[in-house]
Structures are given as structure tokens and as C-alpha cells.
Write a protein that binds this ligand. Structure first.
Ligand code: ADP
Ligand code: ZN
Ligand code: ZN
Length: 821
């Protein structure tokens, strides 16, 4: 018989910027267990890191390989599919495979330190050992580094501590603190099972009853009742301890084993409607198109463009139901779970217990449990935010990306992936369906549907009797002329708020800026309160009268007089949500007014509580940032006011118009979802801007066409692909020099024939020239060729990473960047 040869070397990738696998010798005791996709604890330089096994071989091309230290898990954490997906992600977003894999597993798999013992070179020469010392040395020699508890199992715990201490003192054994990754801290409980094959004879039973009545009682219970029980329950019943069961186990009468228990995340938030609707004709058409692809196991991306309230969610729900009946799994991505408790509630309610929820609000243990349930095929549906796109569901049939235009799908730290694009790739690798849903599709997704890369399905009518709300634009320039400078609410908006308060309806007011006022200015000398670490003005917050930096969190007391010249009073310019709330409280003293923004929702469950009060009618006016615009369905809301539609338009970002259009459309969609018609009042100083006008007319196509013309004239995405390279450092001179050097590298590469056709902008000071004490320079790269851009950014990255002097600088590369550069 031929024995299978075990692998002797492992290729391991690490969550570091170097994108290559490292070779390690596998100690023989681990050779039988090691598998692809497992985590591995390995030495690298003079550290210990946890990496991922991406290859197994019988021989190594490297001369002096180090030895792998440990395999913390009994099973692989990644399937081949996720490893392949992450390899693609690393190539596309310019990071290492190890970094990509690292972002694909829940943070709950934490790194802990533990002490291990290993032999030093001395051990070969030194002579006299006690028996115990000899046993320890032999064991370490045979098995490599071990913890004290591993040694205790092998040689006995007795006098082990002292033995180790003396061996360490003599320099024979080395003790090291290792950043080892514990076997994932799954929660287990002990169960006990009767061993059918070793029953007691009646004589032995009588003897046992006499000598150990509790053991006998437990034994008889298992023999006559259910033969498998939770140990704690059995002990409780017979008023005894686990030791009793262990004695039965020692006699071979029962076996004890650990059974996983799952921590259950908070129950669904209740107020989602669960009733299954029969689809209307538009929904049915969409459903049938999706299901046809599902049934024939074909990869296809769909863009479900449905106005707010058109019943997109019902289409998701039924398509997923079909996927389940075909034995396939489903992933539903939602932008930010805390803002969309209703959506999650609807999924949970419809499918009962079969839904795992993954999001950052869960404790790490909970998150890991949910992940594991998916991996073992115990749930077929995973709902979650961005990182749920990596959920380890086997046999994936459909990935839904709800509100696909939402910017929170883009991760703004390395790896800077966009979950929607990863979702499409994942569906492709699985011959699955990717379903993107939005009332206001991203320009990229809509263009893909125009270009035939995806199939567009449209829902043009609301699913219920409710009509889309009427939208009025108030020209704030006229208001200023007639009423005065600095007016917050127009006469029209105030009048309508008043009317709703009288009729008992609810009002939402949007202002996408938190705090009281964004500028504090000295009218005498012109001093502006600024952050010491960032190049931005501080925002005045009325609660506790302090100044706050919205970029780094820096906070100081609000000065009563000018820092520079001592003048008072200072001016508090501009308007944030607190100022609006303050104004409302004074103007409408009888109304119940609340505010929802990052400042009022920092506590756990705070969003849900505010939304709960809105749902139960305990709030008359809710003022808030873009948080109030997300997918809520509150029938009592009949008026939505937008305090300033222009806040986002002036951002130095080529997506500023798109973001504004989406926000206005989304918030408008919150009005009039019940029986009464809705009204939206949009205040703007730029009422003729196409983003504002198109949103007021509920006209996506008009917006799309104008926006595409603007993008085309500048050859911005989607006409070319963009990459941004950010150079950051604390020293202004060094950062500047590094930026210039990187600019030269890039220019050199571009001018070599291969990269012809890449446009380079900069290096130039970034929009935020200084952030969190770091000076920032940015370099923009634009190209029609994705491939060339990828090769170029990788070359820039490698050149920087391998350069000997980094001068305290860091380089961040972002493909398809969002936000200001
Ligand atoms: P969207 O996700 O497109 O904004 P929703 O899925 O939230 O829309 O649907 C809006 C409302 O219409 C919900 O209250 C939902 O229960 C209801 N609804 C959806 N489909 C139907 C249908 N076919 N018949 C009646 N009501 C429906
Ligand atoms: Zn001053
Ligand atoms: Zn700051």
C-alpha cells in the first residue's frame, strides 16, 4: 500500500504590505492537520504573526526556511473560493493577498499573547537532568515550542513549573511571549452521552449503586431516558457535579464532549412588516427575470431601479426564497445596519431563524458565531454591512446589494475595496446572481446597465396607494432679500411645519452638518478657531460649550474671548443641526423635537430608540443629518424639509452633484408613505443646479444625462478609471520631498511606452492639507485602462515599500476613490 506523502513546507501570506508568500517548514506533528486556507502562526523577521496558508509543497526552493510555529484552528478559515476572491481583490485594489484575506474574516478572531517554551542550543551540550527535566527536554525536542499546559498534558503537571523555571535559569529552555492566535474562542458547553457498547452487568450495577449512588443514578437516567444530555442539566437533576460524570467517563460508561453553543445577537427590532405580498406586475417582471438566471445557475448582474416605496425589498425577499428552495445561499448587503433596523427586521421576520446578521455593532464573539454558522452551512442567509460580502456561505446563489449607491460600501482604510464591486465578482465566481437595488443608482452602475453589462429592471410605481410627494424648491436668495441674511427656515417651510403640528402629522428636517455652527470668528481681528492638528476650522457645539474637530476629534472649551486679541463677543457662523434644533425649540415651544446625528446616537441602540419614538408618534419634528434619509418607512411623516440643499455641492469632489442628488431623492422619499400625501420643501441658494432640480422632479434620467455630460467633458469616472495616491508625513519638508520623489517615479513609469495614456495630476497639497498632525500630498491618476492603472499603482507601491528611506512617510493608494483628494 502506498502512503500519501505529507506536505513538508507551507506557503504563508501575511497581513503586511509585502505581497508575496513566505515559505515555512512544517513541524512533523502539524503535517497531518495542515490544510489550505488555515491560519498559521509564523516567525517573520523578529516578530510572530498570524498568516494564512496559501500553498503546500513537498520541497522548498528557499535554502534556510524558518519553522511554522502553530496552527491555531482545527479547520481552514477560508474556502478556496474566498481565497481566490481575495487574490482578485488584492490585484484590483493594490494591496497584498494577506491584507485582503485579513479583512475577510471577522475581527473576533483576536490575537492574544501566550508563553511558549522552546529548547535553546545549550540543551544539546548540558549534562545532568532530573527525570522530569529530561522528560520536558525530550518533549520539546520532539514537538517544538509548547505552552505549559501542552507540556503538562505530555509529562504531567506535577512540579512542572519549578522544572521549567530551573531549565530557563540554566539557559536550556527559552521562554517566549508569543502573539499567538487562540483557537477561535467559540463558546462550548459540555455534553454527555451513554456508551451503548459498554453496558454494566446487573451485578456491577448493584455494586455501583452501593458504592457511588450518584454515578449510578446518572447512568440509569441516561440508560432509560434520552441517552445524550447537556452535562449541566443532568448534574442539576441529580444534585451532583461534573466530577461524577467524569468518573463514569473514566469507567468507559459515558463519553463527554464539547458542543458549540451560539451566542444570539439581539432579537430583530420588531417593527418590520412580515406579511408576504403578491407581487404587482412590475415586481413580477423583475422577479421572473432574476429567477430565470437563478434556476439556470448563470452569473448575471441586475440593477433593480425602483423609486422609493416601490417594493424593491419584496422582490429581494421572494428572489431569495426561490434561491433557498433551490438549495442555494443568499447574502444581503445593507449600508449601515444601525440605520436600517427595519430592513434587517423584515428579513429576520420573513425567514425566521435562518438568518445570520453580521455587522460592526455586534460583540466580536457574536460576530464570530454568526460567521461560523454560515461557514458550517447552518444558515443559508446572511444579512450584513460591507464585510458580509465575504460571508463564508457555501453554494451561494444570490448576493443582494441594497441601496447600492451608498458610499458606506467603500472601505476607507486598506484594503480600500468597494463591497458592491466585490459582490459582483463573488457572484461571478459562483455562477450566482448579483442584484443591485436603488432608487438612485450610482452613475457607474447605471452606465453598466446602459452598456449591457447588467440587466436593468425598473419599478416606476409605488407598491402601495401612496403617491410620490410633491417637491417645492424655495429660492433662499429671494428669502434673504425679503427677510434678511442668515435666515434658517423660509416662511414657506415654517408655515408648513406649523400646519403639520396642528394636524398631528410628523416632520423630518434634514441638514447634513452636525454641531451648532461650523465657524467661530473674531469680528475684530479675523481670527478663526482652528484645530491644532488639522487644517480645518473647529465646530462649536452648544452642549458643554466646546469646540470640536470633526476630522480628528480634538476638543477644547469654547473660549469666551478671542484667542488672539481678547475681543468679545465672538461670532458663531453657519448652521448645524444643533442650531436648527435650538431655533425650533424656541419657535415651536409645544412641539416634541428630537435630533438624530452622530452626537445623539453614539450609544448602543440609540438609533433604534429614536426611530422607535418616531414610529410610535412620540416625536413631532425630527431634525438630523443624512442618517434620517436612509430607508425608513414611517407613515406619519407627511412633511420633509431640507434646510440647505447646497451643503454638499461645494465639496471639491467630482461626485458632489451625484451625492447631493441621491441624498435629496432619498430624503424626499420619506414623505407621504402612509395614507396622506407628502410634501417636500427644499431650501437652496442654487435652485437652478441640475442636481437640485432633477431631485425635485423625481427625474433620475435627466440627472444622469446632465451628470454624464459633465463627467465626459473632464473625462472623470466612469469615462476613465481613477486612482489616488496620498503621501502623508508629520514633517512638512520630508513629506514634500517624498511626494516629489513618488511623482517622479510615476512620471518615469508613465513615460515609458507601456503606460502611455495615463494622466497624472499633481503631486499637489491635498484638499485637507493637514490632517491628524500629518501633512498630506496627493497624486491623481486617470486612465481608460484598468490594467495599466493597476500595474502603475503597484509599481509605485513597490518602489516606495522597497525604498530604504521612508522619512517617516506613508503612502496610501486608493483605486476608485470616494470623497475629497
Ligand atoms: P422600497 O424598498 O422600494 O423603498 P419597500 O419594499 O419598503 O419599498 O415597499 C414599500 C411598502 O410597500 C412596504 O410597506 C411594503 O410592505 C409594501 N409593498 C411591497 N410590495 C407590495 C405589493 N406587491 N403589494 C402591496 N404592498 C406592497
Ligand atoms: Zn480677535
Ligand atoms: Zn483635527
Amino acid at each position: 500500500m502506498k502512503t500519501v506523502e505529507l506536505p513538508a513546507f507551507a506557503e504563508v501570506v501575511l497581513p503586511i504590505s509585502l505581497d508575496r508568500p513566505f515559505s515555512y517548514a512544517i513541524p512533523s506533528p502539524l503535517r497531518e492537520r495542515i490544510r489550505m486556507g488555515m491560519r498559521a502562526v509564523v516567525p517573520i523577521q523578529n516578530r510572530i504573526e498570524t498568516g494564512y496558508v496559501v500553498g503546500l509543497t513537498h520541497n522548498s526552493s528557499v535554502d534556510s526556511v524558518k519553522t511554522l510555529i502553530d496552527l491555531p484552528d482545527s479547520d481552514p478559515v477560508f474556502s478556496g473560493e474566498i481565497m481566490e476572491l481575495c487574490r482578485w481583490l488584492a490585484d484590483y485594489y493594490c494591496c497584498s493577498w494577506g491584507e485582503a484575506l485579513h479583512s475577510a474574516i471577522p475581527a473576533g478572531i483576536a490575537v492574544r499573547t501566550r508563553r511558549v517554551y522552546r529548547l535553546s542550543m545549550e540543551s544539546l551540550t548540558s549534562g545532568r537532568f532530573t527525570d522530569k527535566q529530561r522528560a520536558v527536554v525530550a518533549e520539546l525536542n520532539r514537538r517544538g515550542p509548547l505552552t505549559e499546559s501542552q507540556l503538562a498534558k505530555a509529562v504531567g503537571a506535577e512540579t512542572l513549573s519549578n522544572t521549567l523555571k530551573s531549565l530557563v535559569t540554566r539557559g536550556i529552555v527559552l521562554a517566549e511571549a508569543v502573539a499567538a492566535t487562540p483557537a477561535v474562542n467559540a463558546l462550548t458547553e459540555t455534553w454527555v452521552r451513554l456508551c451503548e457498547e459498554s453496558a454494566l452487568s446487573s451485578e456491577d450495577l448493584v455494586r455501583l449503586q452501593r458504592r457511588a449512588p450518584k454515578q449510578a443514578a446518572a447512568y440509569l437516567d441516561l440508560l432509560h431516558g434520552p441517552s445524550e444530555r447537556r452535562a449541566s442539566a443532568l448534574c442539576l437533576k441529580h444534585e451532583t457535579s461534573l466530577a461524577t460524570l467524569r468518573q463514569l467517563a473514566a469507567k468507559g460508561l459515558v463519553t463527554m464532549y464539547e458542543h458549540d453553543v451560539y451566542r444570539s445577537p439581539e432579537a430583530s427590532s420588531g417593527h418590520g412588516s412580515t406579511q408576504k405580498h403578491s407581487l404587482n406586475s412590475e415586481q413580477r417582471k423583475a422577479y421572473e427575470a432574476i429567477v430565470a438566471e437563478l434556476e439556470s445557475n448563470r452569473f448575471q448582474t441586475f440593477l433593480l431601479q425602483g423609486i422609493t416605496g416601490s417594493g424593491k425589498t419584496e422582490v429581494y425577499l421572494q428572489a431569495i426564497e426561490r434561491a433557498l428552495s433551490l438549495g442555494k445561499g443568499a447574502i444581503i448587503l445593507v449600508p449601515e445596519i444601525s440605520l436600517t433596523p427595519q430592513t434587517v427586521g423584515r428579513f429576520k421576520a420573513r425567514y425566521q431563524t435562518d438568518v445570520a446578521v453580521l455587522h460592526s455593532g455586534l460583540g466580536s464573539g457574536e460576530r464570530y458565531d454568526e460567521w461560523r454558522r454560515a461557514q458550517r452551512g447552518e444558515v443559508r442567509i446572511v444579512v450584513g454591512a460591507r464585510s458580509a460580502v465575504f460571508a463564508p456561505l457555501p453554494n451561494l446563489g444570490i448576493v443582494v446589494v441594497d441601496e447600492e449607491h451608498d458610499n458606506s460600501y467603500k472601505q476607507n482604510e486598506s484594503p480600500r475595496y468597494h463591497a458592491r464591486d466585490v459582490a459582483i465578482m463573488r457572484a461571478k465566481m459562483n455562477n450566482a446572481v448579483c442584484l443591485l437595488g436603488s432608487a438612485t443608482p450610482s452613475i457607474e452602475s447605471y452606465r453598466n446597465s446602459e452598456a449591457g453589462k447588467s440587466v436593468r429592471l425598473e419599478l416606476k410605481r409605488r407598491a402601495t396607494a401612496a403617491e410620490l410627494p410633491r417637491v417645492e424648491i424655495v429660492d433662499m436668495r429671494v428669502e434673504t432679500r425679503d427677510v434678511g441674511v442668515g435666515i434658517m427656515l423660509s416662511r414657506r417651510l415654517e408655515e408648513e411645519i406649523d400646519a403639520r403640528l396642528k394636524s398631528g402629522d410628523q416632520v423630518l428636517l434634514l441638514l447634513n452638518r452636525r454641531g451648532f455652527s461650523p465657524f467661530v470668528l473674531c469680528p475684530s481681528c479675523g481670527w478663526v478657531a482652528q484645530c491644532t492638528d488639522c487644517n480645518v476650522s473647529l465646530t462649536y457645539h452648544a452642549q458643554g460649550a466646546h469646540l470640536n474637530c470633526h476630522y480628528c476629534g480634538y476638543r477644547r472649551e469654547s473660549p469666551p474671548v478671542c484667542d488672539e486679541c481678547g475681543f468679545k463677543p465672538l461670532l458663531y457662523l453657519g448652521t448645524g443641526t444643533q442650531k436648527v434644533e435650538d431655533y425650533l425649540v424656541r419657535s415651536f415651544p409645544d412641539a416634541r423635537i428630537e435630533r438624530m446625528d452622530a452626537d445623539t446616537t453614539s450609544g448602543k441602540g440609540a438609533h433604534a430608540q429614536i426611530l422607535g419614538r418616531l414610529a410610535s408618534g412620540d416625536i413631532d419634528i425630527l431634525v438630523g443629518t443624512q442618517m434620517i434619509a436612509k430607508g425608513h418607512d414611517y407613515p406619519g411623516v407627511t412633511l420633509v424639509g431640507v434646510v440647505n440643499a447646497d451643503t454638499g455641492l461645494s465639496f471639491p469632489d467630482f461626485r458632489a452633484s451625484e451625492t447631493t442628488f441621491q441624498l435629496l431623492t432619498q430624503v424626499a422619499g420619506r414623505a407621504g408613505r402612509g395614507d396622506k400625501p407628502g410634501l417636500v420643501i427644499v431650501q437652496s441658494y442654487r435652485p437652478n443646479h441640475y442636481a437640485v432640480k432633477a431631485a425635485a422632479q423625481h427625474d433620475y434620467t435627466a440627472f444622469y444625462e446632465r451628470e454624464m455630460a459633465v463627467r465626459e467633458s473632464a473625462l472623470y469616472p466612469p469615462f476613465r478609471r481613477m486612482a489616488s495616491v496620498m503621501i502623508e508625513g508629520e514633517d512638512p519638508q520630508e513629506t514634500y520631498r517624498t511626494a516629489v520623489r513618488i511623482g517622479k517615479t510615476a512620471r518615469g513609469q508613465i513615460e515609458s511606452l507601456e503606460f502611455h495614456g495615463i494622466e497624472m495630476i499633481g503631486p499637489a497639497p491635498a484638499t485637507l492639507r493637514r490632517l491628524k498632525r500629518k501633512y498630506r500630498w496627493s497624486l491623481g491618476l486617470l486612465s481608460k485602462s484598468t490594467k495599466r492603472l493597476n500595474i502603475l499603482t503597484r509599481a509605485i507601491r513597490d518602489a516606495f515599500e522597497s525604498s530604504p528611506e521612508k522619512a517617516g512617510c506613508a503612502v496610501k493608494i486608493d483605486l476608485d476613490p470616494y470623497g475629497m483628494m
